[in-house]
Design a binder for this molecule. Structure first.
Ligand SMILES: Nc1ncnc2c1ncn2[C@@H]1O[C@H](COP(=O)(O)OP(=O)(O)OP(=O)(O)O)[C@@H](O)[C@H]1O
Ligand SMILES: O=c1[nH]c(=O)c2[nH+]cn([C@@H]3O[C@H](COP(=O)(O)O)[C@@H](O)[C@H]3O)c2[nH]1
Ligand SMILES: NC(=O)CC[C@H](N)C(=O)O
Ligand SMILES: [Mg+2]
Length: 511
């Protein structure tokens, strides 16, 4: 079945992914493409949204796509830069605004009987983020909304289903933003809301059957949400031809290797556990630099995987749990190089010598959608609700070099922290949590004796996608009990601290 789909053209706004999420929340499928790479089958999209941009339509940094196949031919919604772009190139006037406008504003005027604003009333809060402003609309444009400071806050082009808005309906602080997107997509553009987890599962299974036929597929299973859901989908499509490999890299959480293997047993999956702890710890011996650690782990994963794949006769495909943010993070609208903050390990990017074709059934989904898809296949909520856990595992939470003793200490500390979060009903309220072993010794006193032992940090963050995050305000009493338990029970630790840094400027992991 061909879905109704919406095209989002990205001009590099920090909010472009949010536009996609809000559209998907309406059960409408959408794709983000760079503004200068409009898909050749653009006629197959039912509506188009132009994103905002850090650039300006004035001067040299203008981003100028050819919209001749789109404009006037299908419903078009232009947000912020998009709206300025429409105005500027259709005879309007865009100028630098006297005062830059960021944050909260309220609609002070809405044109009567305007379908675009059905269900939205004067006073509605909207979120602004711009320094240019549309001083004058094109002559064929009709003003449909204003705020106190921005007269031309929304307009439509007469005779077309083309709309421009200066504010950002995609950010959650625009209170009626979801309603506005629904008005535009469902009522004006008549896009059907047919994108549901059930339909996704049915169609993916059909497509996978067709693509993979009778071929064998190997999948790296981590116990995490993404690879587990990918495994279930593939299992539905190809059954016994799916070979899952779960690697113990010696850097998993306490007892995770056995508990995850047990969890998978109940799901009917064909999972092979490979205990490669010694190989990973060897590869990491005396390495302290974070990037070198990540590289050593990535390399060892590939070696282990290569060995295992060779043991399966005639395997043709490698399946991966890649999700949408992984895909779009690597596409930059303006093509500029972005800085490497951390080399994320992935069993992806396999070297050519492995000669496997890659299949990625979740590559169009956001994390919350992956969870919904898993739920619709009846998967264990304990797997779906798990906090994300990085592939390099505890290696990037042990600052400095790694020894089996340090791994054991951190596993014990982490287990107490996570167990307590669960028993205090805090686990599901936190997006990700873990402990970090610091390369610091400090003086303490235990039973009247001087100690000189290790210090651990606890970190718990809230986030939607890991791109930005804030530390969680955990109850003092919880922190008090947890710290006490850790120091009393884990030998070698005499001090616990709590990380109160947001991302940015810190990252979630310490390495
Ligand atoms: N211990 C492991 N054994 C086998 N494959 C692994 C292991 N750790 C990671 N991988 C592979 O690396 C991929 C990337 O890991 P990542 O942590 O981003 O995703 P995930 O574990 O599936 O989900 P989550 O983000 O919820 O942890 C996984 O999908 C999996 O294919
Ligand atoms: O599979 C992974 N391989 C990695 O190399 C890796 N590094 C960080 N992470 C996870 O990504 C999210 C963002 O982490 P940072 O703020 O530390 O960059 C957080 O959820 C991290 O746990 C990784 N996941
Ligand atoms: N958020 C945006 O799209 C901003 C557009 C333009 N760069 C401005 O500052 O007005
Ligand atoms: Mg993981």
């Amino acid at each position: 079945m061909q879905h109704n789909k919406v095209l989002i053209l990205d001009f590099g706004s920090q909010y472009t992914q949010l536009i996609a999420r809000r559209v998907r929340e309406l059960n409408i499928y959408c794709e983000i493409h760079p503004f200068n790479k409009i898909p050749v089958d653009s006629e197959s999209y039912k509506a188009v949204i132009l994103s905002g941009s850090p650039n300006s339509v004035r001067g040299e940094s203008v981003l100028h796509p050819d919209l001749s196949q789109i404009r006037g031919k299908k419903p078009l919604l232009a947000v912020c830069y998009g709206a300025q772009y429409l105005a500027h190139f259709s005879g309007g006037l865009v100028e630098e605004s006297n005062s830059r406008e960021y944050g909260r504003a309220h609609l002070s005027y809405i044109k009567q009987d305007e379908d675009f604003f059905t269900g939205i009333t004067k006073g509605s809060q909207v979120w602004m983020s711009h320094s240019d402003t549309i001083k004058q609309l094109p002559t064929n444009a009709v003003l449909i909304a204003s705020t106190h400071d921005v007269e031309n806050a929304a307009f439509k082009i007469a005779g077309e289903t083309t709309y421009g808005i200066q504010y950002h309906p995609e950010v959650y602080h625009s209170t009626d933003g979801g309603q506005l997107l629904q008005n535009f997509l469902v009522h004006i553009a008549k896009v059907e809301q047919d994108w549901t987890p059930q339909s996704f599962v049915e169609e993916s299974v059909d497509t996978l059957k067709e693509t993979l036929g009778n071929d064998k597929v190997v999948l790296g299973l981590s116990g995490g949400v993404d690879s587990s859901v990918a495994a279930m989908l593939l299992h539905k499509a190809i059954g016994k031809n799916l070979y899952c490999i779960f690697v113990n890299n010696g850097l998993l959480r306490k007892d995770e290797y056995t508990s995850v293997l047990q969890q998978y047993e109940g799901m009917g999956l064909n999972v092979k556990g490979v205990d490669a702890s010694a190989r990973f710890l060897d590869a990491l011996a005396s390495i302290s630099d974070p990037e070198l650690k990540r590289k050593a782990i990535g390399r060892t994963f590939i070696e282990v995987f290569d060995d295992e794949a060779h043991a399966i006769k005639d395997v043709k495909w490698l399946a991966q749990g890649t999700i949408y943010p992984d895909v779009i993070e690597s596409v930059s609208a303006t093509g500029g190089p972005s800085a490497t903050i951390k080399s994320h390990h992935n069993v992806g990017g396999l070297p050519d010598f492995m000669k496997l074709k890659v299949v990625e059934p979740l590559k169009a989904l956001f994390k919350d959608e992956v969870r919904r898809v898993g739920k619709s296949m009846g998967m264990d909520p304990n797997i779906l609700g798990r906090h994300p856990f990085p592939g390099p595992g505890l290696a990037i939470r042990i600052l400095g070099d790694i020894t089996p003793e340090k791994v054991r200490i951190l596993q014990d500390v982490d287990a107490i922290f996570i167990e307590n979060l669960k028993s205090w009903n805090l686990y599901d309220k936190v997006w990700q949590a873990g402990a970090i072993l610091l390369p610091v010794h400090s003086v303490g006193v235990m039973g009247d004796e001087r100690t000189y032992e290790k210090c651990v940090a606890l970190r718990a963050v809230e986030s939607t996608d890991g791109m930005t995050a804030d530390w969680v305000n955990l109850p003092y009493e919880f922190l008090q009990k947890t710290s006490n338990q850790i120091i009393n029970k884990v030998k070698g630790v005499n001090r616990v601290v709590y990380d109160i840094s947001s991302k940015p400027p810190a990252t979630i992991e310490w390495e």
